[in-house]
Design a protein around this ligand. Structure first.
Ligand SMILES: Nc1ncnc2c1ncn2[C@@H]1O[C@H](COP(=O)(O)OP(=O)(O)OP(=O)(O)O)[C@@H](O)[C@H]1O
Ligand SMILES: [Mg+2]
Length: 260
């Protein structure tokens, strides 16, 4: 069965897009059929994957705005196991039009459920904040993964997603939405702050923080300047090894859940 994971945090610059890109790349290498969906008007994921969000013809905007469109029409194949629904700059307008025209926030969910395309995992990259685009992603997802920097202000961004998820479960007809986990990012073992904040996160959210932490690693930025995922650009870098470990954690958890 396809599992759909939204990657979200109310805070910006916490590693959402980097996580979507690298998880997607590693999962595809592990023979999982992966679909990435870019729901961010900044469309950095789309740009990193080599498409121009200003000129892309059919995008996640089309999925949100046109009820008759199918997933097949907007999906771009990027590799044997990797596909993308690109984001586009007009997603900014979508956020307003959805509210103005009272368009259903359940459209993305519907189109993904009705699609005949078969994917093992769908990862949805969302914009910072908790606007209608993020809510559409959470409504479409089975679970939410929250990347979070190891800084003292991080907890409020996590709480905001948890609160939104809780309202979506109780008031918006999606009781099954679960927290897939909080992913500590930009971890710097040499700093005083990172280990302290990580310990605090683990204490506040027992069992909900992934064992894997993503270290601060300059190779991630170097990779993005070369238009690549760090797992492809520098496979032995500390960030790459962490993303590999994270995929191990996700797939192990999956097989345990299925085995139960
Ligand atoms: N582990 C890391 N080490 C060093 N730099 C990183 C790491 N993860 C991400 N970055 C860099 O930090 C910046 C922000 O990361 P990213 O775009 O993934 O965050 P985001 O949460 O998607 O941001 P936004 O909220 O704007 O969408 C990017 O320039 C990225 O290359
Ligand atoms: Mg992003």
């Amino acid at each position: 069965m396809t599992q759909i994971i939204a990657i979200a945090n109310q805070k910006g610059g916490v590693g959402k897009t980097t996580t979507a890109l690298n998880l997607g790349a590693v999962l595809a290498q592990r023979q999982q059929r992966v679909l990435l969906i870019d729901l961010d008007p900044q469309a950095s994921l789309t740009a990193l994957l080599g498409l121009d969000p200003r000129t892309v013809e059919r995008s996640s905007y089309s999925l949100l705005m046109y009820p008759e469109i199918t997933l097949t029409r907007v999906v771009r194949r990027l590799g044997a196991n990797l596909a993308l629904v690109p984001g586009s700059v007009d997603l900014d307008a979508a956020a307003i039009q959805i509210v103005e025209q009272e368009i259903s926030l359940h459209r993305l969910r519907k189109v993904l459920r009705e699609s005949r395309l078969t994917f093992d995992i769908i990862l949805i990259d969302t914009p910072p904040g908790l606007n209608v685009l993020t809510i559409s992603a959470l409504l479409a997802a089975d679970s939410v993964l929250i990347p979070s920097q190891c800084s003292l202000l991080a907890i409020s961004g996590i709480r905001a997603v948890q609160d939104a998820a809780s309202r979506i479960r109780s008031k918006m007809g999606h009781p099954g939405l679960r927290l897939r986990g909080v992913l500590a990012t930009f971890y710097d073992a040499a700093s005083a702050q990172s280990p302290h904040v990580l310990a605090e996160l683990r204490a506040l959210l027992p069992e909900q923080v992934f064992q894997t932490v993503i270290p601060y690693d300059v190779q991630v930025t170097d990779a993005s300047h070369s238009g690549k995922a760090v797992v492809d650009y520098a496979p032995d870098s500390s960030a790459s090894l962490a993303y590999l470990a994270l995929v191990g954690e996700l797939l192990d958890e999956e097989s345990t859940t299925i085995g139960q």
